[in-house]
Design a protein around this ligand. Structure first.
Ligand SMILES: NC(=O)c1ccc[n+]([C@@H]2O[C@H](COP(=O)([O-])OP(=O)(O)OC[C@H]3O[C@@H](n4cnc5c(N)ncnc54)[C@H](O)[C@@H]3O)[C@@H](O)[C@H]2O)c1
Length: 357
């Protein structure tokens, strides 16, 4: 299928990738190939990881440390950091002032680390975006276009629901971290909800570990993002449904005053190969009666197409054809504030029951 991207830069700048792990193999490099973007160099502290990907994707320059790679890179390169989030800040300090850089989500492993990343980006006047590319999944772009055209009226409900089995073993760096699900996964969902509804007043959350995953922090979450009445915004992320695929669910649903849209996020039902996506709309007629759900066509999928778009946004910004980076650190800091609020809410637990009734 022919890829259709939203951000189509006229100039394609060279890319230096720092970190040659799973996500670079599964999404960054396939996306850049699809977008015909030139990867100038790749770096990993385990050089073999970088050289293996370099030979698959014909990348000329391979490094085993970020400082050497950054020193050798061409002046107009776009830096593409894909490391465990706690390392991002230290790599940013090595970049030349005024550079363009894409940083893998999450923006640090806490709000404190996010603020440190923001401070470095401001001090060095970096043009920095966080790789919150779920915003650019093709079905999300199509849904946003329909919503912007008033196809479902005012949004009254946004729901993201997962009931899946996530292969956490693909991410060994998560073992032993104090925070997992909100920070490393639902950060995408929280960011997506913010991108449609803006910043919430606050966040309620409960996030729990799973006994089958003793080396991992909490893996399963329920999140309520608190907006003014009548808007409801929820994320239910159950990653520990170990009972076969029959009842797997992974969707985003928007309900509005005039209709509703539902997208199935196939990727998460069969990560990272991906399962079936779909996008459907139901419109109310003038009497408020629902019509049939209609299929909305779109091209591509979250992996890898959204990764092509987010890099395209950096290139367009660098060439001057895009004024504001949609997922700039200045914006995504609020996603991290929501994540932090979620963890605080989790610690506080729910309102206690009255002692006597
Ligand atoms: N949809 C998404 O946006 C998505 C999906 C998966 C992962 N991610 C993010 O991508 C990042 C990396 O995840 P991954 O699954 O590829 O992890 P990974 O462990 O497979 O890869 C990380 C790589 O970084 C290398 N590395 C670590 N420290 C380094 C350093 N100082 N210098 C150079 N290389 C170093 C490691 O050797 C490893 O190869 C994480 O922050 C994760 O949140 C995003």
């Amino acid at each position: 299928m022919q890829a259709k991207n939203t951000f189509s830069p006229s100039r394609k700048y060279p890319i230096l990738i720092i970190g040659a792990g799973g996500i670079v193999a599964d999404a960054h490099l396939p996306a850049y190939k699809l977008g015909d973007f030139k990867v100038w160099g790749i770096c990993d502290k385990v050089k073999k990881y970088a050289s293996d990907l370099a030979s698959t994707y014909q990348i000329e320059n391979v490094f085993d440390n970020a400082a050497d790679a950054i020193a050798a890179a061409p002046q107009d390169v776009i830096y593409d950091i894909a490391l465990p989030a706690s390392i991002s800040a230290q790599i940013l300090t090595l970049l030349p002032d005024g550079a363009h850089v894409l940083i893998q989500k999450p923006m640090g492993e806490s709000l404190q680390q996010a603020e440190e990343i923001l401070r470095i980006c401001r001090d060095k006047k970096l043009y920095a975006a966080i790789n919150c590319q779920m915003r650019f999944a093709p079905y999300v772009l199509a849904a946003r276009q329909l919503i912007d055209q008033d196809a479902i009226g005012e949004i009254t409900d946004m729901e993201i629901r997962l009931n899946i089995h996530t292969p956490w073993e693909l991410f060994p760096f998560l073992e032993g971290l104090p925070r997992l699900e909100l920070n490393y996964h639902s950060v995408h969902h929280i960011d997506l909800i913010r991108s449609f509804l803006g910043n919430p007043h606050g966040v309620y959350a409960r996030t729990v570990p799973n006994p089958k995953q003793p080396k991992l922090a909490s893996t399963d979450s329920t999140i309520i993002m608190d907006y003014d009445d009548p808007v409801r915004a929820t994320v239910t992320a159950r990653h520990s449904h170990y009972f076969g695929s029959k009842h797997h669910e992974s969707y985003i649903k928007w309900e509005g005053t005039k209709g509703a849209i539902k997208a199935q996020v196939g990727l998460l039902m069969n990560y990272p190969e991906g399962g079936k996506d779909y996008l459907e709309i139901c419109r109310l007629d003038e009497q408020g009666r629902p019509g049939e759900w209609e299929n909305i066509p779109f091209e591509g999928s979250w992996f890898p197409h959204a990764f092509m778009d987010i890099m395209g946004s950096l290139m367009q910004h660098k060439e001057g054809s895009l004024e504001v980076l949609p997922t700039s650190v200045e914006d995504v800091i609020y996603t991290m504030a929501c994540v932090e609020a979620g963890y605080k809410s989790n610690e506080k637990r729910g309102e206690t029951l009255p002692v006597t009734i």
